[in-house]
Design a protein around this ligand. Structure first.
Ligand SMILES: [Zn+2]
Length: 181
């Protein structure tokens, strides 16, 4: 199924079509449903499709279920914490950022990127479990399709990547992380 075109947005990355997810359902689920990070960690089938890239005792990294860019990965602490800085000691924070670095370098190495975007967003009213977005900007992306336009489902749509290919991509990024200090 092809969704609406995203005029001005690079229509394809590789062979993947862009399509519009049901944003009303997405936001409703984010605001009223259980925590998605805790759900993934608990193996809740409602949260299948977030392919895990990396996991240790303290943190997890997984592919965005609705990727606006190929290789879009999220990094989160396993404990349910919400504030990007205030809910961590500085050492805990820096340990997480070390992981963000390793994920970003592995993603960049695997899919290529003109620039890596790294940020924490979220809302106390939905998707409250703090997480960092690690997003590769494809080389050659026109200027007006970069930055937030490259990140938002509203402007970029979601790449329709088959589940088995997501699983393979997650495994490849994970293998690259093993050689990233
Ligand atoms: Zn949580």
């Amino acid at each position: 199924m092809n969704g609406p075109a995203f005029p001005g947005m690079m229509a394809r990355v590789g062979t993947y079509e862009r399509r519009a997810p049901d944003l009303d359902a997405y936001h409703e689920r984010a605001r009223t449903g259980p925590c998605f990070v805790c759900g993934i960690l608990a193996g809740d089938p409602d949260f299948a499709g977030h392919h895990v890239v990396y996991e240790d005792d303290h943190a997890v990294a997984f592919l965005n279920r609705w990727p606006t860019q190929y290789g879009y990965t999220l990094v989160a602490p396993k404990e349910h914490r919400e504030q990007a800085t205030a809910d961590f000691t500085v050492d805990e924070y820096l340990a997480l950022q070390r992981l963000v670095y390793r994920v970003a370098e592995a993603v960049r190495g695997e899919v290529g990127a003109e620039r890596m975007y790294v940020m924490s967003l979220g809302s106390n009213r939905g998707n409250a479990h703090v997480h960092w977005h690690v997003v590769p900007l494809p080389p050659g992306t026109p200027y007006d399709e970069q930055q937030f336009a490259a990140l938002m489902l509203e402007t970029a749509g979601a790449l329709d990547v088959p589940e088995d290919e997501k699983a393979d991509l997650a495994a490849r990024i994970g293998r690259r992380m093993e050689s990233t200090p």
